[in-house]
Design a protein around this ligand. Structure first.
Ligand SMILES: [Zn+2]
Length: 355
């Protein structure tokens, strides 16, 4: 069987690098004798949502690997990011017969021809750049090809929708209601607008997931190329501020951008406060159907958020993607051609244009 033609899945977001780095750090901090006998998790094989074996099983073409940084006072986000980038390249070198990094559109095609998985380095927290355009350029040279302008903290670039500096604790009943109120006032800073221009000039993909509603419209007003929401669903289907409104979906689609279906249960379905949210394949299909109906099937992709979210009973890890594909076909009513677009071709269209 010729496997190169079957490789088709493209996922715009996962947090597997963070999971791997934490496992290494835990080992260093707890030199416990019993634990030492367990094999350290690797990119090739681990018990997380994503490893290379699982990606191969589901015939992935390309996986984005995010450098996620939780901004804490007194810590240097750039230094932390560099540790994670080092881990990324060490893992890719250890598995170079299976996977290779991509920097250009041509790299994706060549890896596919060679039957290798493609890995793309992305940044999840614009604060890694510390507001300095030279750091942005250096991170580009280190291979970063996509960046969320914010995570859930305000930074030098702009403001998030789900602001952790002001939000209520998870056990407060008002928390869920607050998760429905977007920030329509605080968008990008002056410096943030300079970042947009430099990202477009470099060929780094602008990612609006986590950004405030005001920030989304600032991106729209100050850019000309397609951009993405790497891991965001539809707010009309689940009223969480991490999801996009119908207007945003239309504007993103008109620009030629893509939003990636996120498997996080809280972004899929609203459940009564205090009840467990299972997250189901049907819910993912409902978001896919809605986004396609509102923005057209061309604005839809995958952004699983694997290893950044709790375990999903129906999609426990990346090796079970055939279940989602079946459901998109049978329950979502998507044709084979539409499935190819959703599973990878739409995202690849943006990569071809920007990279
Ligand atoms: Zn995220």
């Amino acid at each position: 069987m010729d496997t190169t033609h079957q490789m088709k899945l493209v996922d715009m977001h996962c947090d597997t690098l963070g999971a791997l780095l934490h496992a290494v750090m835990d080992r260093e901090e707890n030199p416990d004798a019993a634990k030492q006998t367990d094999a350290l998790p690797t990119l090739l094989h681990n018990s997380f949502h994503i490893d290379l074996e699982k990606l191969q099983k589901s015939q992935y073409l390309l996986q984005n690997f995010a450098v996620f940084i939780f901004l804490r006072e007194g810590e240097n986000p750039l230094e932390q990011a560099l540790h994670m980038i080092d881990l990324y390249y060490r893992e890719l070198e250890a598995n170079q017969t299976i996977v290779a990094p991509v920097y250009t559109w041509q790299d994706i095609l060549e890896n596919q021809k060679a039957g290798k998985l493609s890995a793309m380095l992305t940044l999840e927290e614009g604060g890694i750049c510390k507001g300095d355009l030279s750091f942005l350029r250096i991170l580009y040279r280190l291979g970063a090809r996509m960046m969320t302008l914010t995570w859930n903290f305000p930074n030098e670039i702009g403001h998030p929708n789900n602001n952790m500096q002001t939000r209520l604790p998870h056990d407060d009943p008002a928390w869920a209601e607050r998760m429905k109120i977007p920030d329509t006032e605080h968008g990008l800073t002056e410096r943030g607008i300079e970042f947009l221009a430099e990202m477009e000039r470099l060929g780094m993909i602008i990612d609006v997931s986590h950004l405030s509603d005001a920030g989304f419209y600032d991106v729209l007003a100050h850019t000309t190329k397609p951009f993405v929401a790497s891991h965001s669903n539809a707010r009309s289907v689940c009223p969480h501020v991490r999801n996009l409104t119908d207007d945003m979906i239309r504007k993103l689609a008109e620009r030629g951008g893509v939003t990636g279906l996120n498997f996080c249960a809280d972004f899929l379905t609203e459940v009564p406060f205090g009840t467990k949210n299972p997250g189901t394949i049907d819910a993912i299909v409902a978001h896919a159907r809605h986004i396609a109906d509102v923005g057209g099937v061309e604005c839809l992709g995958l952004g699983t958020d694997y290893d950044g979210i709790s375990t999903h009973e129906e999609l426990p890890d990346a090796s079970y993607m055939d279940r989602l594909i079946d459901a998109l076909k049978t329950k979502g009513g998507f044709s084979e051609r539409e499935l190819d677009l959703i599973l990878g071709q739409n995202v690849l269209r943006v990569y071809q244009e920007i990279l």
